[in-house]
Design a protein around this ligand. Sequence first.
Ligand code: SIN
Length: 288
Amino acid sequence: MIAENSVKRMTPAIGAEVTGLDVNQLTASELSQLRRLWLQHKVLVIRNQKMSLNQLCDFSGYFGELMQLPYITPVDTHPKIICVQKKADEVNMGVFGGDWHSDFSFLKTPPAASILYAETIPPLGGDTLWANMSLALKNLPSHLLEWVENRNVIHTGAPYGIKNAPAADTQFTGSIEIQRNNPEADREMLHPAIVKHPDTGERSLFISPTYTTGIEGVEPDVGCSVLKELFEFCARPEFFCRLRWSANAVVIWDNRNTMHYAVNDYDGFERRMYRTTIAGQSPISGSA
Ligand code: SIN
């Protein structure tokens, strides 16, 4: 049983930390509570968990079917786990996940959730931020809402390819092997700009500066400037939480109504995490 006082919200906007649990020995009731809390808070943090990679897979499996990520070389022994690592000597370069995004939103069926387990963290820095995209939508000014109601937006993995490649000094070229210039990742995928959560029915924006490159049917220049304004709005601190990691913390987040951002401010120190990804379904339009 998860007691009410074991759940502490991280900010009024998003996220909660749960204490008093051993994720390797969860009861059926704790599991269903954990799932409910995850849907409610969108990001759940549980610290001080000693997990092997097998145990990480077992824990992740409670939240849905694990998927193997395309384009990223997984851990040798575990095809459904990736190692999110930046080594101490990997300096002056970008970091994996180092701008606002929802994981692999450019897929036809983007992931429902991701689970990240911290093995080695830098003494300072390397935090992760999550933004509540349902809250951003609720607060969206009407002149921006008009651009997203009943619209599709274009998602593409091209930032990891050549078409919209970010500046060389911000690209991640370190420990994670990412296949670049892959036509399947670089193709354009249309998703509703406003989606409805399949479990809660809550409406949310489904856009991000990493993967959303245009608005269907809108001139590219106009679409880009509207998206820029939307991204700036969504990344307001009122909508996000920031996690100071500790080794052995595990976090599960909902990719369908959040964006996240890995802060790249720890050059000279190692950060090593292991991530699983939970399969999702085609986004459902949340427009009226
Ligand atoms: C990711 O985007 O999955 C990486 C997040 C992180 O390293 O904090």
